[in-house]
Structure formats: C-alpha cells, structure tokens
Design a protein around this ligand. Structure first.
Ligand SMILES: [Fe+2]
Ligand SMILES: [Fe+2]
Length: 248
C-alpha cells in the first residue's frame, strides 16, 4: 500500500519540477520569471549542482556572430508575424524605408523580450543600431496607441476595449508621454506605426522576413562582431535574449 507523500516530499518534488536539469547543469530562472508567476522568490536553491552558464541547449543554437535576422529566426516568438504584416503594410502605403524598419521592429519587445512597457524596452534594444527617429517612434507608439488622431483616420482600437475593458484609462505617464509627443517634430512618424499596426491578420497573406533584408541592411547598423558581442548600451539585452537563463 502506498502512503501519501509528506509535506517535505511534496516540497522536494515541486523544487525538482521547478529546476530543470540539463545533463550536469541546472537551470535557475531569474527573479523576474518568478515574479511574473506571482511569486517573490528566486526559486529553489540547487545544492551542489552546476548552474547553466553559456549556451542553452533547450533553445536553437545561434551563430557566433548573430545578426538581427538570426534573432528573428532563432529567438523571437512566432507571433513576429505581426511585425512582418505591419512592415508589409507600411511598405504598401509607401512609407520611407526607415519607417518600414520602425514598423518591423515596433513590437520586438512583445515578441522577444517583455510585454510591460514594451515600447520603451523595444526602443532601448534597437537604439544603438537605428536612426534616432526610428527608436523614438518605437518608444512613443506605446503611448500613441491609446489616443485617436482623426487627421489620419486612427481610432482607439476596439481590441483594447476587449482586452482592457471599456473603463480602462491609460496611466498618467502614458498621458504625459502622449502630450509631449504631440508637440514633437517626429510625432507623425510614431503615429504612422499606429496606423500600420495591424491586429486583424489575413492568414492567407504570408510575409517573409527576406522581404525586408535589404531595408535591414541599409538601415540597421549590424555590428560585425554580432549583436551582443559588441559594446553598446543594449548589448547585454541581446545577450540575455540569446542566453536567458544564465545564472549570473
Ligand atoms: Fe505595440
Ligand atoms: Fe503592434
């Protein structure tokens, strides 16, 4: 007859499931992953184990000198289709190349890094490699998405009513960002991201990443040593995206 596990056995089992073992190495997750699960903890402490440092065998291997396209192919979520569709629309609408790039990258934080404050994170990630207007527009689209602009036919998205509720109101910092942006010389660039920000996909329209290869080549300053191997204020973010569970 089997006996019910004791509390400490249950705790051990939970710890074991929370730590993933990769051969001799154990994966420990960052505080933020636990916090996102509603827990203020660093997770179980692996005793006497080696921790994962270096390439993560659970993820597709990356080339030694990864490019933006490599990150698209090997790290970003499949929902990156949203980025391709937005950039495709921007191209059809005749936007300048660098704004097509802005549309291609506008939600890179959502599909590859973090959702909260995604415009700010996304702008920071690409800032050293793009024209200042591009990163500014990516940063500010976060706020502009919540405010209509009739002059270009942009309305408050219906989707936001569904996602956030009829009574949702943007926080004061978003309102302040919007008010600053309205007076900015690049206001319309950020607004163009919103106008080309597609939420209703046509599943029959497949947009290939290769379509934007030339634009990326001309407007994204790919570091020859590879994203993350370079030395910019954003290099560490690319390294974290490449190896998200490095212990330190
Ligand atoms: Fe966005
Ligand atoms: Fe978007």
């Amino acid at each position: 007859m089997s006996t019910a596990p004791t509390l400490s056995e249950l705790a051990d089992d939970l710890e074991h499931r929370q730590m993933q073992e990769l051969g001799e190495r154990v994966v420990v997750k960052s505080f933020l992953y636990h916090l996102a699960g509603g827990e203020r903890t660093l997770g179980p402490r692996p005793q006497g184990k080696r921790l994962l440092m270096g390439e993560d065998p659970r993820l597709p291997p990356m080339p030694e000198k990864p490019t933006l396209l490599d990150f698209f192919r090997l790290r970003l979520a499949p929902t990156q289709a949203h980025l391709l569709q937005s950039a495709n629309l921007a191209q059809k609408n005749g936007l300048p190349e660098k704004m097509v790039l802005a549309c291609l990258l506008h939600d890179i934080a959502v599909v590859g890094f973090i959702r909260a404050d995604h415009g700010y994170w996304g702008a920071q990630l690409v800032e050293p490699y793009v024209d200042e207007e591009v990163s500014w527009a990516i940063r500010v689209h976060q706020a502009l998405r919540f405010f209509p602009d009739e002059s270009v036919g942009y309305e408050y998205p219906d989707l936001y009513r569904t996602m956030f509720g009829e009574d949702y109101r943007p926080e004061p910092y978003i309102v302040a960002e919007y008010e600053r942006a309205r007076k900015h010389r690049w206001y319309m660039s950020a607004r163009m991201i919103c106008v080309n920000d597609l939420y209703s996909f046509d599943p029959d329209v497949e947009v290939e990443l290769e379509q934007f290869g030339d634009i990326i080549g001309r407007h994204f300053r790919q570091p020859p040593e590879g994203l993350g191997n370079d030395n910019t204020p954003a290099s560490h973010m690319w390294r974290t995206l490449r190896r998200p569970c490095n212990a330190l």
